[in-house]
Ligand binder design. Structure first.
Ligand code: GLN
Length: 447
């Protein structure tokens, strides 16, 4: 703990941590020491973990990196975090992110931007940028992030670490401040597959506080990492041919596929004509869900209330106008629009139908193939400000991560070489729902 506390201090300018739980982490370390001495320590004894600022932790502040939640302290602890503590992990602090998980660069945070430790003029990715940099820069062993449309995998790719997104419903969402409830998952950042699998097996599993959480039994992923079979791998033609894709990433992905083929695996190109519809579907549905989820922040129940109000209506208006950031307001308006009576069928209902098609296509492909492989991101980490004036160009950064999110299937990004500027490239592996054990073992082999 002391080692990481020192690192956090020397690398404070990266702005990964928004709060460090120095005293409680040291106290927990002492308790774990005593348990270890007594031979009674849990699976994660002494593992030092940081948590994204959208996960509630009783007695501590959680802001979702939004001014509207400034000063908000949760009454209860997120199930995933509680399960880490129950296995004697040490929670070292709270990590910066894009406001309510909305963004791909960690530039939309009330706590300020997070710097990529490999090149401080570049973004770390988002929305879990702080969680990615904390692992990248050795500020903790593992971190939790959330992945609604790529927010663990994309920053993992931009910072050169491993990032996993479980099957939707595999990990309880209790205590996760909602962005888009039918997409939100809690994922894990780590330097090794072993650590990632171990933490995932601890947080996975049914939770009586989240009735959408799956009742399927969770497996000891970290003990099932051995991989020695020949598998069938698909790659999507349209993804590799996308004009958005940086040439070095394309080359890199092709060489991974080639190597797998020469190792005796079956590698096949498949058509995926729906690729161009995934992003619009994702952004229609997530903004709709967000506009509904975020209606609870009204200046009454949580956090910030404008001091300039003179009646009920102006309290709502001013608290929300002053409390939310630009990107969050854009999405609330977009979401309200697609849910409005005259446009509901044209946008929301239509997008639900397209979601179904994408999900069915992806699942049936994964019945025929063990894995889908594609780049995690179309580009490597870009410079600060590069996409700030054009939200659509920022949304396009999520091109390859949203398929797994729209379909609810698990996916992992593993580092796979660097571009000419020395920035990491990520390769993404996707498999069918609840096949996390197969996913971890294959990534262990790839890595
Ligand atoms: N970048 C995507 C978005 O802004 C994904 C965010 C996420 O996964 N939380 O919606």
């Amino acid at each position: 703990v002391q080692y990481y506390l020192n690192n956090i201090q020397t690398k404070a300018h990266l702005n990964a941590f928004v709060e460090v739980y120095e005293q409680s982490a040291l106290a927990q370390a002492n308790r774990v020491d005593a348990k270890l001495a007594a031979g009674k320590a849990g699976k994660l004894a002494g593992m030092v973990i940081g948590i994204k600022d959208v996960l509630c932790y009783a007695g501590h502040e959680s802001n979702a990196s939004s001014s509207i939640l400034q000063g908000y302290e949760s009454q209860y602890t997120c199930t995933a975090v509680q399960r880490l503590i129950d296995q004697d992990a040490i929670i070292i602090g709270r990590l910066n992110c894009d406001e309510f998980g909305m963004g791909s660069s960690n530039e939309n945070s009330s706590h300020g931007k997070v710097l990529n430790a490999l090149d401080e003029s570049r973004v770390p990715g988002g929305s879990s940028g702080g969680s990615a940099v904390a692992v990248q820069a050795n500020l903790c062993t593992v971190s939790l992030g959330t992945d609604t449309g790529g927010s663990v995998r994309q920053p993992a790719a931009f910072t050169g670490v491993i990032g996993s997104k479980p099957t939707y419903s595999r990990v309880s969402r209790w205590g996760l401040i909602a962005y888009a409830s039918s997409f939100d998952t809690i994922g894990v950042f780590s330097q090794t597959i072993q650590d990632n699998a171990l933490v995932m097996e601890v947080i996975a599993g049914h939770d009586e506080w989240d009735n959408t959480s799956s009742r399927k039994p969770e497996l000891p992923y970290s003990q099932l990492l051995h991989f020695d079979k020949k598998v069938k791998i698909a790659y999507l033609k349209e993804a590799l041919e996308s004009p958005m894709l940086q040439a070095e990433i394309k080359k890199n992905t092709e060489s991974v596929l080639k190597n797998l083929e020469s190792d005796g695996h079956q590698v096949e190109a498949v058509d995926f004509p729906l690729l161009e519809y995934i992003l619009p579907t994702y952004y229609i549905l997530t903004t709709a869900e967000a506009s509904s989820n975020l209606s609870r922040f009204d200046g009454v129940k949580y956090g910030y209330r404008s001091p300039n109000t003179h009646n009920l209506e102006s309290m709502y208006k001013l608290s929300r106008s002053e409390g939310f950031g630009e990107e969050v307001k854009r999405r609330i308006m977009l979401g309200t629009f697609v849910l409005s009576a005259s446009y509901y069928d044209a946008y929301f209902t239509k997008a639900q139908k397209v979601r179904r098609l994408i999900k069915e296509f992806t699942e049936s492909l994964l019945d025929d193939f063990d894995y889908i492989i594609m780049p995690t991101t179309p580009t490597t980490a870009f410079k600060f400000g590069e996409h700030s004036d054009d939200p659509v160009s920022m949304y396009l950064e999520d091109l390859f991560t949203v398929q797994a999110s729209v379909s609810g299937v698990p996916a992992i990004s593993v580092p796979n070489g660097k571009d000419q500027n020395g920035m990491p490239i990520g390769i993404q592996v996707i498999t069918n729902s609840f096949k996390e054990a197969d996913l971890f073992s294959f990534c262990n082999y790839l890595n």
